[in-house]
Design a protein. Sequence first.
Length: 160
Amino acid sequence: MKYRFLYLVWLLPAYLLFIIIQQGLVYQGTIDTYENGESIAANVLDFDIKQIAAQSNGYVILSFTAPDGEQIERKLSLSIQMAQRIIDTSVIPIRYVKGNFQDIVMIPTYDLQKTTSLSNMGVSFMGFLALIFVSVLVSRFAKKKASGNDEQFVVERVDV
């Protein structure tokens, strides 16, 4: 009965499938916003880059007025490559579509946003394939152990 929990390994490829779908939606949303969005000049309220050991990332806080007159302030995460493109900019040209999956696209970083989501999908897909293989092996092992058809070793003590 204790081997039944091994079937939970299937949650890992399911999670990676979720990531693949989510990154696909980000990719499509980025393209849709760039092609169909309103062009707006957004003011940079705050910008920060954090460098921690081998990982560097940052954020930017943008403020702009939407086409419907709503004042929007949004914090966007940035990779170091994206941050380098807008590091000394106080006004960033953006495309905006209210309610889209990816509603804001910074024009200077558009190609990086697309490339990042595509590479995230690729890495997740490779992990998904590897975990499907591992999950099949673990499921076979769990099925074998749960069936109880294991050979029983009996150790007898022989006193001389």
